[in-house]
Write a protein that binds this ligand. Structure first.
Ligand code: IVH
Length: 673
């Protein structure tokens, strides 16, 4: 069979060459994020290999790139971790990090200590076991002692090498530990698939990653956008290393996917500054992290420090304030808004979320309540991401006890008891009583708010008081308030009374578009009010405009136009308007506001903000940029025109330096404004 052997030899060579190429490109694509060939080219190589392997099945090996998918996982098959997978102690404040540093230094008297920081990836911890360079087992962390065998599913993750790069000496047995995750922006895609499979969507990317690894059918796992970062060497035979950073370098050389944000620090102050920086910058990376892991770098020192029953004494997690927590709905309240709309509001068992104590969350409207099936007593997932308003993102229905109560909005206004109106087309249920005290209070609050008449100090508590003691019955009454009226109120001193009177006085100079917005006409937001004043110049001209005239404005449709017409047709509104005008509020656009003079100094310029500003919030800065024609982006690219750097800047700053993009200090920015 000399001839046949020769064929097999050359086929074997072809197969080897293809596997080597594919392996190389998989590494470029999945590990290093630097693909060198197109997806089609890669598919073509794969197809060629598949052809050869189908024709010569005896040449198929388990570490071939074609062998990632296939087979059913039997969940519950437990594996004993050769070395326990410990968890980490958590810290939430700099003081606790100082304490950690003190403990470390007491145990290592007179020794220099170097710390390594890594991102704490929020996914599922796994251990990958390699023998002679081949992946032979993958397991979840489980309880740390026993994990679950999920080899078949982990093999489908292309960032996990089936075969290690051949470095010398190659460790005979090696265990790599890391965190499997799903990038945040891929969660929607996974959830669509889940829903199509008839399953409830995952509440977050971590659950999605964990759920995808613990599936019975590895073909489904293969279709999920799973990725991994390796964070430590579990153990290795035939290797001598003395530092954690050496282990990370070794893992990199072996072809594992490592997180790029690893740093070395020589003091805990440095570590604290670094954690602080990441608290803001975590939003700029495309996967979820829940903190920074701090590790003593020297392996000899790690050994001297040892472990407690659960966690090492040489490492600690500095946790970011949670953006997602679970809590219970204790009750559902009904609030009446300024246009009479009834809004269900969840009263929550107080929880800490992203640095604030949360006790309430809006449930929006009755349809939403029904759609989400939120009940009193439910355990819910609460989230606070980019914006500050907490959102209920999921009901944990599997935690129901059967005692939860379904809630529906009442038939009567909870404040004035008038029958409510349910409209067919709108989701809203309204109290239609125009003198309902609840509506009045909310209208006054709106009138005084920052984007309207900006009356500093006139918040909800004071508004409630002023209405309840009968000092004001509408917004026009604000302008006849006297300091003497105020000082008798509870919790109101001379100084705050004077400040309030001054703030009311100042509001007489607020531009007319803001006054119009402050009137709280349904569907007339701040932008629409600007458009209307740009067109009509004064409230009086708008009041007598006909519907065609209003609708002719670009950006204003019939719903808004009708609402405006209705507002000005009411005798009550007309009386109120007269009193406001008589009080001296701006009624006509000032010269600086006439069209044509719009300040567009930032037209076509893209800004990125990093760090915190001292004279304004980031969202205020964004508003100012947009108001001047600019755009604000969340990440730095070659298209960025300016980066505005506040206090404790993050990686966006480094990127700006790298790309040579002009960096403005807060001062330089305000000067430009
Ligand atoms: S070190 C004994 N490093 O967090 C050292 N863990 O709460 C323990 N994790 O089970 C692990 N990113 O699943 C380490 N850079 C990182 C990590 C990390 C995420 C997870 C890991 C671990 C859990 C501990």
């Amino acid at each position: 069979m000399l001839y046949g052997d020769m064929t097999d030899d050359s086929i074997q060579n072809q197969i080897d060459a293809l596997r080597k190429q594919i392996h190389y490109h998989e590494r470029k694509y999945f590990i290093e994020d630097q693909p060198e060939i197109s997806d089609q080219e890669y598919d073509r190589l794969m197809k060629q290999l598949e052809h050869l392997e189908t024709a010569y099945p005896q040449l198929v090996t388990p570490d071939s790139p074609t062998q990632r998918i296939g087979g059913e996982t039997v969940l519950g098959t437990s594996v004993l971790h050769r070395e326990r997978m410990l968890s980490l102690d958590n810290t939430y404040s700099p003081e606790e990090l100082y304490d950690f540093d003190q403990r470390v230094r007491r145990a290592l008297p007179d020794q220099p200590v170097t710390y390594v920081t890594e991102l704490k990836i929020d996914g599922l911890g796994v251990a990958l076991l390699y023998e002679n360079g081949r992946l032979i087992r993958g397991a979840t962390r489980g309880d740390g002692e026993y994990g679950e065998d999920v080899t078949l599913n982990l093999r489908t993750i292309r960032a996990i090498p089936l075969k290690l790069a051949s470095i010398q000496p190659i460790p005979t047995v090696l265990e790599a530990r890391g965190e499997v995750f799903i990038p945040r922006n891929r969660l929607d895609e996974v959830n669509r698939q889940r829903i199509a499979e008839g399953q409830a969507p995952f509440a977050n990317a971590r659950n999605a990653a964990a759920g995808s690894v613990r599936l019975l059918d590895s073909t489904i796992t293969a279709s999920r956008p799973l990725d991994i970062f390796i964070y430590t060497l579990g153990y290795a035979e035939g290797i001598e290393i003395t530092k954690h950073t050496e282990a990370l370098a070794l893992l990199t050389d072996l072809g594992f996917r490592m997180n790029p944000y690893t740093e070395i620090h020589s003091s805990i102050e440095d570590v604290i500054a670094y954690c602080h920086q990441w608290t803001a910058d975590r939003e700029t990376i495309p996967y979820d992290t829940d903190g920074i892991v701090v590790k003593v770098n020297s392996l000899r020192q790690q050994e001297m420090l040892g472990t407690t029953a659960k966690s090492p004494r040489w490492a600690i997690a500095c946790k970011f304030p949670a953006r997602q927590v679970t809590t219970q709905i204790e009750a559902i309240d009904v609030q009446v808004g300024r246009t009479g709309v009834l809004t269900p509001v969840a009263i929550l068992s107080p929880v800490q979320l992203a640095g604030a104590t949360i006790t309430h969350a809006t449930l929006h409207n009755e349809q939403e309540l029904i759609r989400k099936d939120v009940r009193i007593g439910d355990i819910v997932m609460l989230e606070r991401s980019g914006d500050v308003i907490p959102k209920i993102t999921a009901v944990l229905t599997d935690q129901r006890k059967g005692t939860e109560k379904i809630f529906r909005l009442p038939d009567h206004c909870p404040v004035c008891k008038t029958s409510v109106q349910r409209s067919e087309d709108e989701a809203a249920i309204r109290c239609v009583n125009v003198v309902c005290p609840a509506q009045l209070k909310r209208r006054i609050e709106h009138f005084a708010s920052r984007n309207a008449l900006n009356i500093d100090g006139l918040g909800p508590v004071l508004v409630d008081q002023l209405v309840e003691v009968g000092l004001i019955h509408d917004v026009a009454d604000l302008y006849s308030l006297k300091q003497a009226d105020l000082v008798n109120l509870e919790r109101m001193g001379e100084k705050s009374a004077e400040n309030l009177i001054n703030a009311i006085e100042t509001s007489r100079r607020i531009p007319v578009a803001k006054v119009l917005f402050g009137l709280g006409i349904a569907h007339v937001g701040a932008n629409v009010a600007e458009l209307l004043i740009d067109h009509f110049s004064s409230i009086d001209d708008l009041a007598v405009a006909d519907i065609e005239d209003i609708e002719s404005i670009h950006g204003i449709g019939s719903q808004i136009a009708e609402s405006i017409l209705y507002f000005f047709s009411q005798p009550r509104a007309q009386k109120l308007l007269k009193r406001l005008k008589d009080a001296g509020l701006q009624w006509t656009a000032g010269l600086s506001e006439l069209p044509g003079d719009s300040t567009s100094i930032f037209a076509d310029k893209t800004f990125v903000l990093t760090g915190s500003l001292s004279t304004m919030t980031r969202s205020e800065a964004s508003d100012k940029i947009k108001a001047r024609g600019g755009q604000v982006s969340s990440s730095v690219s070659r298209n960025t025109d300016y980066v505005i750097a506040g206090e404790s800047v993050g990686t966006k700053y480094d990127r700006a330096v790298e790309l040579n993009i002009p960096i403005l200090t807060e001062e330089a920015f305000t000067e430009k404004l």
